[in-house]
Design a protein around this ligand. Structure first.
Ligand code: SF4
Ligand code: SF4
Length: 248
């Protein structure tokens, strides 16, 4: 009997407590909003969804590395020398094509660790919370704006450039090797030329000496001939002197 009375008392007490709270709220300002017609003002720095301004992304992958749950996947292709990808709004030079930039919001824990290292401030949390889906695969958001054709073109161009560079490098290597070989042979060629020059010099000296000797000989012969003819002339000249006129 006592237990029954106790239970009845507790029942009425809790009912009056609950009704009292409800009654008090009848005279207070309402805190609920008529969503979606009415939307509440969101607090500052709210973390709801990630957005990437792909035009400003330089493909540095700092955000990908910072993510603790690996929900960011980035793919890049190097631009070729003749490509000019321009600059970001923060003045950073773009050198990579970003052919993939996926964020899996189903995995994201809203820590915002990916936002802070970004050098161009292009990955941010935005005030968008209305992205409920039936399939969790639909929470994989892609931000790259490259078409498959553009990706193929960029990859082909890069492969072609790499091949050309390789060929040029090999040609330069070959030319360098040839130059080194010719410079190795050059001293021998110089030595030969020197020897030939010395030989020619020696022969020239020998020829000069020979010519000198011949000239000397010729001179001597000429002198000898002259003395002979001189002596003959004297006898010829002496003849008239010595010749006695028989009449004298
Ligand atoms: S908010 Fe955190 S979990 Fe989400 S993508 Fe960025 S780093 Fe990863
Ligand atoms: S850190 Fe910023 S610039 Fe670098 S890949 Fe991520 S979003 Fe792009």
């Amino acid at each position: 009997m006592v237990k029954l009375l106790n239970n009845t008392y507790t029942t009425f007490k809790t009912i009056f407590n609950g009704m009292g709270i409800t009654f008090r709220h009848l005279f207070k300002r309402s805190v609920t909003v008529q969503y979606p017609e009415v939307r509440d003002v969101l607090p500052e720095r709210v973390r709801l969804k990630l957005h990437v301004n792909i035009d400003d992304c330089i493909g540095c992958r700092l955000c990908e590395r910072a993510c603790p749950v690996e929900c960011i996947t980035i793919g890049t292709i190097k631009s070729t020398d003749d490509d000019d990808l321009g600059e970001t709004s923060t003045g950073h030079k773009k050198r990579l094509w970003v052919n993939q930039f996926d964020i899996d919001m189903a995995k994201c824990c809203y820590c915002e660790l990916c936002v802070h290292p970004c050098p161009t401030d292009c990955i941010t949390m935005v005030e968008d919370y209305e992205y409920s889906v039936y399939d969790r695969q639909d929470l994989l958001f892609g931000f790259s704006d490259m078409t498959p054709e553009q990706v193929n073109e960029a990859e082909e161009k890069l492969a072609k450039e790499a091949l050309e560079k390789k060929k040029k490098k090999e040609a330069a290597k070959l030319a360098k090797k040839k130059k080194a070989e010719s410079s190795e042979n050059q001293p021998a060629a110089d030595e030969d030329a020197e020897k030939a020059a010395k030989k020619a010099e020696r022969e020239a000296k020998r020829a000069a000496r020979r010519a000198e000797k011949e000239a000397e000989k010729a001179r001597k012969e000429a002198e000898g001939g002259a003395s002979d003819s001189g002596s003959t002339g004297a006898s010829d000249e002496s003849q008239p002197e010595n010749r006695q006129d028989p009449n004298e």
